[in-house]
Design a protein around this ligand. Sequence first.
Ligand code: AMP
Ligand code: MG
Length: 390
Amino acid sequence: MALSIDEARAQVLAAVRPLPSEDVAVQDALGRVLAEDIVAQRDVPSFANSAMDGFAVRSGPAGRALRVVGESRAGAPSAVPVGDGEAVRISTGAALPEGADAVLQVECVTVDGDRVTLGDDVDPGRNVRPAGDDVRAGATVLPRGARMGAAEIGIAVVAGRGTVACAHTPRVVVLATGDELVAPGEPLGPGQLHNSNAATLAALATQSGARVLRTGVVADTEHATRAAIAAALDEADVLVLSGGVSVGPHDHVKPALEALGVREVFWRVALRPGRPTWFGTREDTLVFGLPGNPVSAMVTFMLFARPALGAMQGAPHAPEWVVARLAEAIPRHPDRDECVRVSLSDGLATPTGPQGSHQLSSMLGADGFAIVTAGTGSAQPGDQVVVELV
Ligand code: AMP
Ligand code: MG
């Protein structure tokens, strides 16, 4: 009995050893996963400042004519405080001078030499951004395990950090097996096809926060397969293979892995597409032997290799899914759960097109995999399905 998707994924995650951490310059941390909580070292903003260009004043009624005694500019706070009957010219973001509790914007005043007449009542706090109204000193602004995007980088900077501790980037080698493979852009001979898997799997690995050391193509011989895998095992934290993992006379991956001391954790998952998926480990190195069909390769990478890469970086495994209604009838496979590529709209899951494991176009526009569970008959239009978002 082949494993279910969830069982297989659990076995993969159980085999993951998290990578150590290193300090990374915050501006270089895009896509990295934090190995520490980031705590604000001070209030942000660190001083009360003006939300407008205008005049810092003491709150009070309209009509007052005040003497302008100084200026507060960005990076150059006023040297003088604001007393009764006084105002300080102030720029957006500049520090609120001592003595002032509000700012009246320039549009609401009349300036005449060093006199400014207020055209509006000024409540306390008007146009003032208090210290700490974005982030409080001591607050945890980012948890360990968060992946650094542009906003996370910005928050780490304002929290006071120049470097952040991040998990090491997993090193990935992608090897595509097959005598039929031709490099992108090259002409095809009889029976040949373009090696799309090396490109899609490398792209998925990169999107998962990995560094793809290289991709390679491996001929369908025992010797070439073993040599290529041996070299890759010495470089990579994760080796991703495509093709050659079935039991035909030209499938050399499984015996090569066994000969090289990679321990099989599982082979075959009750999954369509992607049944012949193989997974194993050698010490801390993970090896995924993914099926060669282009959709199977992508689907199984997304289901199994992507969470492993996340877990190696310390990112919590949290598959996102929604419940939707099927737009079309889908015949159930007798003993495999099917990942139907669907687009989602208004709670409706619509298959992206013909769903063959070779039909890569079915991956275009896919928001997720609708899991049509094994059984008899068909899932019907309107039936509820779980959709794992991709
Ligand atoms: P295999 O798992 O080696 O039997 O491969 C199954 C099928 O997947 C092959 O017959 C090819 O049509 C296709 N295939 C294998 N490798 C690739 C690849 N790298 N890129 C695109 N298609 C592939
Ligand atoms: Mg093959």
